[in-house]
Design a protein around this ligand. Structure first.
Ligand code: GP9
Ligand code: MN
Length: 619
């Protein structure tokens, strides 16, 4: 007992440890954060500590009553943030962000549900404050010894060290964590809930400042530019699919080089190879995504704007005003939806789909998912399509439904029973596994089309399918070279950014179109097929069926492709031979490329479409 009496604790250290352990407990109990290995668990355990030390640590510079009040107030504020997230998470399975708090209608909804969400035992979230109070009152275990200068320095040295250790470890688990701005859960898992709020605040301030400084006059030049590049729709095809349903399938990581190809003597995409013959097939169609991957391709589709060069626009500018494909279809009587068997907050989709005007997002909770029908990132494509048919049948018609597949995603793992062809044999496991997962996706699409036919939906719909982005990165050039039987140069890398685009229109004969095009062209193309004109829209794509298209496709990294040239990594190539040629051949395009990307970025950073007067531009 006498030993215990001698044992005295510093209040700052005591409060820090309590808050740290409490946060970890909330991670484990409230936020269903799963860790996949010991390292992730270590990161999760460590990540609240440096922030708490940074804030509560100020207490070591204070004395007596002031210190006690400071520790109590700061512990309370941090606990409150944690608690607010825990309450929000109960209903929404997500973390609070600033844009969310700013959305007043969201707040209204929140207000109503808060009462339903809190419960009497929530005082447990603040139990450490009780312990701190008790300690202050009793004074028995409280040490009033002040930190020496050296100790203070050591305290903050350790805090900073922990912060860097956390970021370093997180980076090994998730390269480009902060620049690729992944799912909020992944961010919280790696940098912790408190750092996440700081990160969110920085992102928000930056975005707000750019937006605040923008004004409507900036639109004039941009409108002139996009209007000058507008191409009149093809008279024969304009409105050819008017009133039909639109079934759009985003094919995960599907690149063009597998189409019509074989591996170990077996076709990789037997169904698509057939389907192409009855459809418009664009074999020189490029993805134009950046770090936002699938979400960037969705952004291109809906807006005909380029995604951003850094970060994912779905995260950074998800709540902007947009003039989307979806909104236009909705205005024309369509029921608009997205089907994707993943968490609704992934890629900030729940927020973005609202800005884009989708009526309904069928996400993970709308599907019955079990481990048996899951692989890799989640629900298997075959079951995803199977269950989607029920949703499709129930939707009001005409419908526009976007399906996002998932199985053919890196690292391309597959269950034995779903392997229709053998793996390839090269030094890259990734490329080897890619072929069977592509083959699986091909099967899933085949079964889906059969289901559409059985349900009588096939003849009533146009079907648009495209690859969202590359699946095999440049890291696998050697193996890719072995498969393609050539050495992969930067020129080939650009050519490998081609993804298939297939548009099936009932009653139309199949045709392969080899003019160059990109995802940015999807919006005007689809709308014109439906008989909806896009003249006057701020868009950087053009109708793929227009007769006098400009022949220029711009990739997000500034590389570009024309009929005759490919420009990438500061080098101009002859498109036909792949030979390096004089930069002067590519020069005439460089200005337009720069201008176009800059204008598109400006629209997003300035949220300029809020100033866009459609009625005026259409007249
Ligand atoms: C996940 C899916 C894949 O929901 O969209 O995302 P990706 O990593 O391809 O961007
Ligand atoms: Mn993807």
């Amino acid at each position: 007992m006498s030993i215990l009496k001698k044992f005295k604790l510093n209040l700052v250290v005591f409060a820090t440890i309590l808050l740290w352990f409490k946060t970890y407990l909330v991670y484990k109990i409230n936020f269903s954060i799963n860790t996949e290995n010991i390292m992730q668990e270590v990161i999760l355990f460590l990540n609240p500590l440096s922030f708490i030390m940074l804030v509560l640590g100020i207490g070591i510079f204070l004395k007596g009553k002031k210190r006690n009040i400071y520790i109590l107030v700061s512990s309370f504020l941090i606990s409150f943030v944690l608690y607010a997230n825990a309450v929000y998470y109960r209903e929404f399975n997500d973390f609070i962000t600033i844009p969310l708090l700013m959305q007043t209608n969201n707040l209204g909804d929140l207000g109503n549900s808060i009462i339903a969400l809190v419960s009497w035992f929530d005082f447990f979230y603040f139990i450490d404050l009780g312990l701190i109070l008790l300690m202050i009152k009793k004074q028995a275990f409280l040490s009033n010894k002040l930190f020496s200068k050296i100790e203070k320095k050591a305290f903050y040295f350790i805090t900073l060290g922990l912060m860097f250790l956390n970021i370093g470890l997180a980076e090994t688990q998730r390269p480009e964590l902060l620049t690729r701005t992944f799912d909020r859960e992944i961010l919280v898992k790696n940098i912790g809930t408190y750092h996440f709020h700081i990160y969110d605040a920085v992102l928000h301030t930056k975005t707000k400042a750019q937006r605040a400084m923008a004004d409507g006059n900036e639109l004039v030049d941009i409108e002139n530019f996009t209007n000058a590049h507008f191409k009149e729709p093809n008279g024969e095809l304009f409105g050819i699919a008017k009133g039909k349903n639109i079934i759009l399938i985003s094919l995960e990581s599907l690149q063009n080089f597998v189409i019509g190809e074989t591996v170990n003597g077996e076709e990789i995409t037997p169904f698509l190879n057939q389907f192409i013959k009855e459809s418009f097939y664009f074999d020189h169609f490029y993805h134009q995504t950046g770090q936002g991957k699938t979400s960037d391709s969705e952004f291109l589709l809906d807006n005909s704007l380029y995604p951003l060069g850094r970060g994912a626009v779905f995260f950074t500018h998800g709540s902007n005003e947009y003039d989307t494909l979806t909104k236009k279809l909705k205005e024309n009587g369509y029921f608009t939806s997205v089907l994707h068997a993943n968490n609704k907050s992934f890629w900030n989709r729940d927020v973005v789909y609202q800005s884009f005007g989708y009526d309904r997002f069928y996400s993970l909770t709308d599907f019955e998912v079990s481990p048996e029908i899951s692989v890799n990132w989640g629900m298997k494509d075959i079951q995803f399509f199977e269950q989607s048919i029920h949703h499709l049948k129930e939707m009001p018609k005409p419908l526009y439904a976007k399906f996002i597949t998932l199985t053919n995603h890196f690292p391309f793992t597959l269950d034995e029973e779903d392997r229709y062809i053998d793996e390839y044999d090269s030094q890259s496991g990734t490329l080897n596994r890619y072929f069977p997962t592509v083959r699986y996706m091909d099967e899933a699409v085949k079964l889906f089309i059969e289901d559409l036919k059985n349900e009588g939906l096939y003849e009533e719909s146009i079907i648009v399918m495209y690859g969202d982005h590359y699946g095999i990165s440049e890291n696998h050039n050697k193996a890719m070279g072995q498969f393609l039987n050539k050495e992969i140069t930067p020129f080939d890398t650009v050519q490998l950014q081609r993804v298939p685009l297939i548009i099936h229109i009932p009653g139309q004969e199949g045709r392969t179109i080899s003019s160059i095009s990109g995802q940015i062209d999807l919006k005007p193309t689809i709308l014109h097929l439906m008989g909806i004109n896009t003249k006057g829209d701020i868009q950087f794509g053009t109708d793929l069926f227009a007769n006098d298209r400009d022949n220029l496709v711009i990739l997000r990294d500034g590389s570009f492709i024309t009929n005759d040239f490919v420009f990438t990594k500061e080098t101009c190539y002859d498109k036909l031979t792949g030979e390096v040629i004089s930069p002067s051949s590519c020069e005439p395009y460089t200005q337009q490329v720069k201008q176009e990307l800059e204008y598109s970025d400006k629209v997003i950073y300035g949220d300029l479409l809020r100033f866009f007067d459609k009625t005026q531009s259409q007249s």
